[in-house]
Design a protein around this ligand. Structure first.
Ligand SMILES: [Zn+2]
Length: 445
């Protein structure tokens, strides 16, 4: 059987991930992501109202015109997890294909909400939830399996497509976290078993392949956050924490630390409210019962006014804006655009890294400078990554023993770095290790 990998998006940038796998006449699409930095959209942004053609033109969403009608039939659109760079283009592109959208329960719910917010998105009824550990028959020749993994968002999986020629593993995104804060560690036993059965190709993220060693566990981030928040004595000043709103494990940690020191956790920001509320409603997480969440500007400002009256030391706001994004809650606080007044000795904690773009560095610098001007204390980098490092990739290849490797989810510096790494592992460029660009295809059978 003819098997072809078609790189559609995310092979020349971090973002707008989309890959198609063609097995004979059957096609399976993995992810339909949005690229945030290109359009200076942030976590809180809404892309409703922009034309699909314009979004393709500015490289915010994948250019799926590389998929031709005579390639065959799309049997499914499979999403590995709920990050915007994996599901963000679903409302714009999915209706072009008469295929079910398959993802884990939490991811499915995030997609459903996204589609509900976009009138052009079409029918959300094609959404299908498949749990980690489950399988689903897509066609006579194809079975889809979800293998449990860990990442910086809950309910992430490694989708595996079983074909008559061997398995195709789509490992975007993952970390081999043995001690996660929410959920179970990755299902290594199953990965090894799939490796024994035979893996034809591994399509794999490569964001951190240039980092030596192993990616620290989320447990380490929990210790870092706890070490800072819970160790101050007799503190009457504000403590504000900003982190990724989709990072529910981290938000749980921060909320628990707040509770421990007798402060009420308050989640502020549209996306902050969304990810946490859905997770709690689906019983995937439980926050301390004093936790509350507010999403729209009016209720956020009302809450901040209430905090100013009630005493800053009674609350711990967990807010959007860790990259200094304009319009985010932290940026508005820093610029004095809310009823909340920062003062000498107030603490602002970033439980996030700066996503390395010049824009982010500039915006973060600006809000930090403004906060420091009034005497606020800034704490940085209480964070660990959600992406596998070099030695995790080494182990992953040991588990799976794939015939071919195809790095995705990064610019050329990252994908090329993975090809070099694959070379050390015995792979040959062009033959078994494939450096692909958006729009390119490679036949592996
Ligand atoms: Zn991700």
């Amino acid at each position: 059987m003819d098997i072809e990998i078609i790189a559609i998006g995310g092979y020349e940038e971090a973002g707008r991930n989309m890959t198609a796998v063609r097995c004979g006449r059957d096609i399976v699409i993995f992810d339909m992501g949005l690229r945030l930095d290109q359009t200076t959209l942030n976590e809180d942004a809404d892309i409703v109202g922009m034309q699909v053609a314009d979004l393709v033109k500015i490289k915010a969403i994948p250019d799926d015109s590389v998929l031709k009608a005579n390639d065959g039939t799309v049997k499914a659109i499979v999403c590995s997890h709920g990050h915007i760079d994996h599901i963000g283009a679903i409302p714009m592109l999915a209706q072009r294909y008469n295929a079910p959208i398959i993802a884990t329960p939490y991811t499915t719910e995030l997609i459903r909400q996204q589609m509900a917010g976009d009138t052009k998105a079409g029918d959300a009824a094609k959404l299908m939830a498949l749990k980690a550990g489950q399988r689903y028959t897509l066609s006579q020749n194809l079975i889809l399996e979800f293998v449990r993994t860990q990442h910086s968002i809950i309910d992430a999986v490694t989708p595996v497509l079983h074909t008559p020629e061997g398995a195709i593993v789509y490992a975007l995104d993952f970390k081999l976290d043995r001690t996660p804060v929410i959920g179970e560690p990755p299902d290594v036993a199953r990965l090894r078993q799939i490796g024994k059965e035979g893996v034809l190709a591994l399509i794999v993220e490569c964001t951190n392949v240039g980092k030596k060693g192993r990616c620290p566990s989320e447990r380490i981030a929990r210790d870092l956050v706890r070490d800072t928040i819970t160790t101050y004595e007799d503190d009457k000043n504000a403590i504000i924490v900003s982190t990724f709103s989709s990072h529910v494990s981290r938000i749980k940690t921060i909320a628990e630390c707040a509770h421990e020191i007798g402060r009420k956790p308050v989640l502020l920001g549209r996306s902050m409210e969304k990810y946490a509320t859905i997770a709690e409603q689906m019983k995937l997480v439980s926050f301390p019962e004093t936790t509350s969440a507010f999403g729209n500007r009016r209720t956020i400002d009302r809450t901040l006014r209430r905090i100013m009256k009630g005493g800053k030391d009674q609350f711990l706001p967990i807010v959007t804006g860790h990259q200094g994004e304009p319009g985010s809650v932290l940026t508005r606080i820093a610029t004095g655009d809310t009823p909340y007044q920062l003062m000498q000795g107030d603490k602002v904690i970033f439980s996030a890294n700066i996503i390395p773009t010049p824009l982010n560095f500039g915006q973060r610098h600006l809000i930090e400078a403004r906060m420091q001007l009034v005497g606020a204390r800034v704490f940085e980098d209480l964070h660990v990554s959600g992406h596998a490092y070099r030695e995790d990739h080494y182990e992953f290849i040991q588990f799976l023993q794939p015939e071919h490797v195809i790095p995705a989810h990064g610019g050329m510096t990252m994908t090329a770095e993975y090809i070099l790494f694959a070379g050390e592992m015995g792979y040959t460029p062009h033959a078994t290790a494939h450096l692909m660009k958006n729009g390119q295809r490679v036949k592996i059978r």
